[in-house]
Design a protein around this ligand. Structure first.
Ligand SMILES: C[S@@+](CC[C@H](N)C(=O)[O-])C[C@H]1O[C@@H](n2cnc3c(N)ncnc32)[C@H](O)[C@@H]1O
Length: 227
């Protein structure tokens, strides 16, 4: 029997059978926002487990708002989008996947291939048909360049993790943000030996260069609001 993970407003998660799910839905009927996790969390890599995704979500949640227009740049297998979705009237899931060439750095076969996109399209099918979700096979900077100015309430940057690319993503992102919107992201790593340290450098330089304040630095998540 398929398993579904549900989260209540108190952040409690339950892996249930589909029969148990009806009771969980009724129990959390008043929960806002409510999310449904339709991916096989327990099979994913440890760095991207359901619990790790939930921890990241708890850190960025104050920046997501409600009824938002948002995008996740760097989507991987798509599970984190489930956390973002309840906050959004429109959510773009953006990743080059197979265009990146094979798979991403995780070393897990099938992680950034066409099969991944097919599964994501399948899981988000009803939201895609309703116009709430768009799945975009593209690089973050290229996608952002094509969007209208002052369109986004939030962006979650979790793509290349490379210094130069992160700088480009940030530069493209800024004019696309509404005033008061939030740019947040993953893997803010102060360790110069880390292969994700480029994010730390690029974000710090960007924030300082624009006179912004980094207001989120928790659970390796970073973020700032655009004045
Ligand atoms: C760390 S994973 C994303 C994890 C995902 N956000 C999550 O929370 O489950 C990084 C992803 O970024 C994608 N990626 C690499 N370079 C990118 C770029 N320039 N723009 C957007 N995505 C990129 C990779 O294909 C990979 O799937």
């Amino acid at each position: 029997m398929n398993k579904v993970v549900r989260q209540s407003s108190r952040g409690v998660t339950k892996a249930t059978t589909r029969n148990e799910t009806a009771a969980a839905v009724a129990e959390s009927a008043s929960a806002e926002p409510r999310m449904q996790y339709r991916f096989a969390a327990w099979k994913d890599a440890r760095w991207n487990s359901f619990d790790r995704q939930r921890e990241r979500y708890e850190a960025i949640k104050p920046y997501l708002g409600s009824n938002a227009v948002g995008a996740e740049i760097g989507v991987y297998k798509g599970g984190f989008g489930e956390f973002l979705l309840p906050h959004c009237r429109k959510l773009y899931l953006v990743d080059p996947w197979y265009r990146l060439g094979g798979y991403w750095q995780s070393g897990i076969p099938n992680d950034s291939r066409a099969e991944t996109v097919i599964e994501i399209l399948s899981v988000y099918k009803s939201e895609i048909n309703a116009g709430q979700v768009e799945v975009i096979v593209d690089y973050g900077a290229s996608f952002l360049a094509g969007m209208r100015d002052r369109w986004f309430d939030f962006l979650y940057l979790d793509g290349s993790h490379n210094y130069e690319q992160t700088k480009k993503d940030l530069a493209q992102a800024l004019p696309k943000m509404k005033s008061g919107g939030a740019v947040v992201g993953d893997d803010y790593d102060p360790d110069p030996a880390s292969n994700q340290h480029g994010v730390f450098r690029a974000v710090n330089e960007f924030v300082a260069g624009h006179g912004f304040s980094l207001t989120l630095n928790r659970s390796r998540q970073w973020g700032f609001r655009v004045p």
